[in-house]
Design a protein around this ligand. Structure first.
Ligand SMILES: Nc1ncnc2c1ncn2[C@@H]1O[C@H](COP(=O)(O)OP(=O)(O)OP(=O)(O)O)[C@@H](O)[C@H]1O
Length: 222
């Protein structure tokens, strides 16, 4: 089954701007792909449609077995729990520890604290930051902060991992490290879609790449 399927999707923002037009693609379950294009091409808009932060103006967006048009506002938290999201600015909270930042999605979802603690430590271990759990994220380097953001995105074992410019602030070496992490999650079955305009990084990864130009999908290949 496709993890994500867009069928003739268009998104027109209020004001009349067409951010996406006639977008068709499917990402199979277990695939890892990049989404690229110039600034304003529609990458973030496409990710927002998957997360139900925006609704399409036309066409159909399907995530797993769900046609998102059939999900109401009440279903949105449950939908988001199936997805992990990594942002460029990782949105970490600097008034709490690394551990508490990663635990946040589990707290919101009502996990038992002991179970949550086990999962948080497993996630921090995967990104190589178990020793930093008690620190405040402000004490970490930007690469480490991004890894905390990744741990938080995968702590609830989502089937689908989305990333919006996850290496935007990182130097090439740290960016490679972040990509290796995404590859690790993909190897254990997570479907991964990464929006990025770092073309040299994308070329090195040799993965399927969807290219948007002016809101249209103009290329789809390796
Ligand atoms: N809420 C909104 N209302 C109106 N226009 C919007 C809104 N969000 C985005 N846009 C416009 O839609 C177009 C696509 O934006 P989007 O953020 O999806 O592009 P992007 O490819 O992610 O760009 P970047 O690489 O700069 O983040 C842009 O022209 C943007 O100005």
């Amino acid at each position: 089954m496709a993890a994500i399927r867009f069928t003739n999707v268009g998104k027109r923002y209020s004001g009349g701007f067409d951010a996406l037009t006639g977008v068709d693609f499917a990402l199979e379950s277990g695939e890892m792909a990049f989404l690229t294009g110039h600034s304003g091409a529609g990458k973030s808009t496409l990710l927002k449609l998957i997360m139900l932060m925006e609704r399409p103006s036309r066409g159909q967006v399907q995530v797993g077995e769900h046609d998102l048009a059939s999900l109401t506002r009440r279903n949105i938290p449950q939908h988001r729990r199936r997805i992990g999201v990594v942002f460029q600015n990782h949105h970490l909270l600097f008034d709490r520890s690394v551990f508490d930042n990663v635990a946040l999605p589990l707290q919101i979802a009502g996990y038992d604290p002991a179970d949550a603690a086990r999962r948080v430590r497993a996630a921090l271990d995967k990104v190589g930051l178990l020793m930093r759990e008690k620190q405040n994220p402000i004490a970490l380097s930007s690469g480490e902060q991004q890894r905390v953001g990744i741990a938080r995105a995968i702590v609830h074992k989502p089937a689908l991992l989305l990333a919006d410019e996850p290496t935007g602030n990182l130097d090439p070496e740290l960016s490679e490290g972040v990509m290796r992490l995404f590859e690790q999650f993909n190897r254990i079955g997570t479907t991964v879609l990464i929006a990025s305009h770092d073309l040299s990084l994308i070329q090195r990864m040799r993965r399927r790449t969807l290219v948007l130009r002016g809101g249209r999908l103009v290329a789809d290949g390796c």
